[in-house]
Every structure is written in structure tokens, then in C-alpha cells.
Design a protein around this ligand. Sequence first.
Ligand SMILES: [Zn+2]
Length: 261
Amino acid sequence: MAVGLIGGSGLEEFLESSVYRSLDTPYGPVKYIDSEVSGVRVIFIPRHGPGHEHPPHRVNYRGNIYAFRLLGVDKVIATSAVGGIDESLHPGMMVIVDQFIDFTKRFITFYDRHVVHVDVSRPYCPAINRILYRVGRGLGVRVRLGGIYVCTEGPRFETPAEINMFRLMGATVVGMTNVPEVVLAREAGLHYSLISIVTNYAAGMQERVSAEEVVQVMEGAAEGVRKIIESALPEVESGDWADDCIAFRDEFDRLILGGVG
Ligand SMILES: [Zn+2]
């Protein structure tokens, strides 16, 4: 089996290959790199496309996760830029989240024509979360285990009033892409974890949020993220966990991969 990596630019730099291939899925074509890192076969998918051409509300969420399953992936490590809501978080820090709150307006599921309700009591893989955290700490990276990711629709940033509401709810970080990605991973029976990288203080906590600033901090943090993934990959790949993550794998194989899509 291969480990899937999904994230933004900078992540692909440690791959041995930089050749993009295209895979046709029932949800449209998906560009990916089939390569190796630390002796482990990895499938890298740039969430927004190789040229960052798909904004958060137009990401091919189903295509990306479907492609992972089609290419033999059973575990996924995702990375994503987020705004810090928890006041003790600072740009450059990482949070391995364990819960989400969905404020998107996206009604995206694989089970559009089937009545399947997946359980998301533990939406992120507890086993991969622990590995990433332990490895990160060992490398001296400023990383935290556990936190609540609030997903907004985007592409605009949030208002200070919204951020204040999220803070009152106990949210840790805010971003625009993790829902439905994490949910689709569960629907497809994948072990999925997210390294969220704090690129800025959320709106109202700093003067204003600019996209340039996000890119700058992301580039600075990319090396730490790559180091964590490089060190964690062999252990992640060899993991064999019968946890909640894979509860719907057979359902997905039967109804989606083997069905109409
Ligand atoms: Zn798992």
C-alpha cells in the first residue's frame, strides 16, 4: 500500500519524482505524483491542482480522495494553512487537530445515492496523529496534539465577529478546506490525519490578513513539515490499525468503486 500526501505547494519538494500524471475519476481528472520518500511509496496530490488553480470552494474533493483509493493508498497525511484562533498559537506553529466544526455550505459526499451515515466521533486517525506528534516533538518542531478546526466556506477570510464566535465555541484554528476532505476520507475508509500550519492570527487578532503573508509563513514552515513527514512515513506505512477510520472501506469498495460512482 502507498501513503497519500495532500497539501499545498512546497510539500512536493522532497519527492524523488516531479512528474505529474493525470487520473480520470468519475468526478473529473486528478493530477498526482507517484514517488518515494524515505523508502515509502507516496502518492502526492496538490489539493488545489499543480498550479493552485482551484479555490477552496472548487477543489475536486471527491476526485482527490477517490484517486487515492484507486491508486492503492490506505493512509493519508494532509497539510493545510490555517489561522490561529487560540491565543497561545503563533505563526509557524503546527496543530495536529482531532475535531472539526463545519461552517461550509458544501453538501459533498460519496454517498449521494445511497443512505450511508458515517460515524465521525474521531474524524482524524488517532494512530497517525500520535506518530506525527511524537516525531515532531523529537525534531524540535513547535507542534501541538489535539485541537478543533473550524472550516469556513471561503474564499474570503472571516470577519472579527465570526472569529470571536468561533473562539467562544472553543475553536483552535480556522481554514477553508478540511471539510469535506476529512469526511470523504472517512467515507472511503482511509486513515487520515492533518498537520495544520498556523500562518497568521485570525481576523480581529491582527490588523488584517493577507494572502501574501500566508504564503510567506507557509514557505518558512514547509521544511519542518517535510521533516516530520519524512521521519514519520516508515512507521505510518507499516501501521495496521483496526480503528474507526476503516469502518466504511468495504461499503465504499462495493457501492462507489464497484458501483456507479
Ligand atoms: Zn486510523
